[in-house]
Write a protein that binds this ligand. Structure first.
Ligand code: LER
Ligand code: MN
Length: 271
């Protein structure tokens, strides 16, 4: 059975971004529980800002899980990523992600590498960037394995990364990794831009999918754009997907309405 989750961002610098709840974990948990979500996904500025004890208390109090933790703060705040030409900056990016993997693992929550993958540009060739990404995912994937969680890699659309935009390319790349602990985040917004059909992209990912960002074509909550969810739901069912569908959407028209719209769409299409 697919489980529902909703995002809570604690990152001031990410304001305006696609997260449903903002800046208040306790309030986000109350709303998520009220609406019947299974979990929350937490986006924090860094590992130290993931309050593990408080999150354990909140999950116990509300009967919710932490579905995943984001690592994009390293990019949004520090402009670090895994394919920068400067080795010291790549190392900063890896250390930043490693610490978030460790914090998340204490909550059984895998970390997501999205914007921290970076891009190739200037003196860095695509081949070089993919080599660095491979090296980082191998290392961080094994680190996550030792901590007891998978590592989630998120292909992004062409406007956010020029590395791996499509399912076909991402699956081929996964096949070149040594670690088997890296799973894919299928973000329906990115897939809507890049795939011929989202459903076929999901089938191409198949068993590799470990997390879904459940959102509409325009980054508004599911049901507030032009995405056709019937074939998406059918493909997820066909591949036996049983992990989280997490609302990574603009708080449109406001946080509460976005959370309500997403859980309604979740019940209609995925529950
Ligand atoms: C941003 O577009 C996004 O999808 C995030 O999950 C990546 O960090
Ligand atoms: Mn996403």
């Amino acid at each position: 059975m697919i489980k529902s989750a909703v995002t809570i961002s604690l990152v001031k610098e990410a304001e305006g971004g696609p997260f449903v709840f903002w800046h208040d974990l306790a309030a986000g948990f109350v709303k998520a529980a009220e609406l019947g979500y299974d979990a929350v996904e937490v986006f924090a500025p860094n590992a130290d800002a993931i309050p593990v004890a408080e999150l354990k208390a909140l999950t116990a109090e509300h009967g919710l899980k932490v579905a995943a933790v984001g690592t994009g703060g390293g990019w949004v705040i520090h402009k670090w990523h895994l394919c920068q030409p400067d080795a010291a900056l790549r190392e900063n990016a890896k250390n930043f992600i490693r610490a978030i993997i460790d914090a998340g693992a204490q909550l059984d929550a895998p970390a997501i590498i999205g914007s921290m993958q970076g891009r190739f540009e200037g003196e860095v060739s695509k081949e070089q960037a993919l080599d660095w990404l491979r090296e980082a995912l191998n290392e961080l994937g094994e680190h996550a394995k030792a901590a007891g969680v998978p590592l989630i890699y998120e292909p992004l659309n062409r406007y956010e990364s020029n590395l791996l935009n499509r399912a076909e390319d991402a699956v081929a790349f996964l096949g070149t990794l040594e670690t088997e602990n890296v799973v894919i985040l299928a973000d329906l917004f990115h897939m809507n831009i890049e795939e011929t059909t989202i459903a076929d992209g999901l089938r191409t990912y198949g068993r590799h999918i470990g997390h879904v960002h459940f959102v509409d074509s325009n980054r508004r909550p599911a049901g507030c754009g032009h995405m056709d969810y019937a074939p998406v739901a059918a493909a997820l069912k066909e591949i036996g997907y049983d992990k989280y569908a997490s609302a990574e959407a603009f708080p449109w028209p406001d946080s509460d309405a976005a959370a309500q719209a997403t859980i309604d769409a979740f019940k209609r299409h995925l529950a």
